[in-house]
Design a protein around this ligand. Structure first.
Ligand code: F6P
Length: 322
């Protein structure tokens, strides 16, 4: 291979810039050319590509967002769209790709790689941590730190007013952001899609805790089956009309901000391994880190979406929030 194309796709995540930087700098280190593709698959279709050098990634390791921008492309879902994308890559002499994103990005990469025989490796870039084949995705650590910073602040005001707060966090259909940040923020309860919520047990816990605690925080993952913070807020208000209850949905602040040290190092390690993997002839895989070691997982396995929740974590919430 001579020219690696790099793109970010799907929801952005802190650390994507560190990932782009790692790909560009390691490709140059191995005497490859690098082409940046703007807005993921959308940019392949519109031909929005440019040659990247060391300077194009200077001073970005610490920045949130993605300098390559990102998008979700409907046209790329069609064979016609993918054909145009491939022709544009050929026109720009791109003969291998590094895809930075989550399940949607890798689903596209899997189909595209098979259709046109172009080698593609993926880097896990999503705050949700919902991919198999890596202990952590790039952006997750920063996002959970943003969540605990926000919940700590909510705790201050909750404590002053003796209030109960229901805080909704992101994660799509995964409860991993909720669970880890819930433990770290000392939440009284964490409600996640992977575990069925026992409403009576929740009410009991809130009632008991109410006796000797002035503030309470319930963290709800947005994908929780009963429907999120407003629905739970409603149920709790109905059951405890005397409690001063408030709802707070954290939203997209979870996707922004400078990446943590952990996300920068993760992105840097995986970026170098992605370029080295392409040079070793690997393709159709996501590069991750499992137990401290680089590992490669076929796209179809990485996106399976059944990342296990460690039941010990739920138990920890129960034990420590008493
Ligand atoms: O996948 C990242 C994520 O932030 C999810 O946690 C969330 O469900 C979704 O993206 C939100 O997407 P959008 O920014 O398109 O509203």
């Amino acid at each position: 291979i001579k020219n690696v194309g790099v793109y970010t796709s799907g929801g952005d995540a802190p650390g994507m810039n560190a990932a782009i930087r790692a790909v560009v700098r390691s490709a140059l280190y191995y005497d490859l050319n690098v082409t940046g593709i703007r807005r993921g698959y959308e940019g392949m279709i519109t031909g929005d590509m440019f040659s990247m050098d060391r300077k194009s990634v200077a001073n970005i390791i610490q920045r949130g967002g993605t300098i390559l921008k990102t998008a979700r492309s409907d046209q790329f879902r069609t064979p016609e769209g993918r054909k145009i994308a491939y022709e544009n890559l050929k026109k720009n002499n791109v003969d291998a790709l590094v895809a930075i994103g989550g399940d949607g990005t890798f689903t596209g990469a899997k189909i595209f790689g098979k259709e046109f025989g172009i080698p593609i490796l993926g880097m896990p870039g999503t705050i949700d941590n919902d991919l198999l084949g890596t202990d952590f995705t790039i952006g997750y650590d920063t996002a959970i730190n943003t969540v605990i910073d926000a919940v700590d602040k909510i705790r201050d005001t909750a404590e002053s007013h003796d209030r109960l707060f229901i805080v909704e966090v992101m994660g799509r259909d995964s409860g991993l952001i909720a669970l880890r940040s819930g433990i770290a923020a000392g939440a009284e309860a964490v409600l996640i899609p992977e575990s069925k919520t026992d409403l009576n047990a929740l009410f009991h816990r809130l009632e008991q805790g109410r006796r000797d605690k002035s503030s309470k925080i319930v963290i709800v993952a947005e994908g929780e089956e009963a429907g999120g913070a407003f629905e739970y807020g409603h149920l709790i208000k109905e059951r405890f009309p005397n409690y001063d209850t408030r709802v707070s949905v954290l939203g997209h602040i979870q996707r922004g901000g400078p990446p943590s040290c952990m996300d920068r190092v993760l992105a840097s390690r995986i970026g170098v391994a992605a370029v080295e993997g392409l040079l070793d002839g690997r393709h159709g895989e996501m590069v991750g880190i499992v137990n401290g070691e680089i590992s490669y997982t076929p796209f179809e396995n990485a996106i399976k979406h059944n990342v296990d929740i460690n039941p010990d974590y739920l138990k920890i919430v129960d034990i420590l929030s008493l």
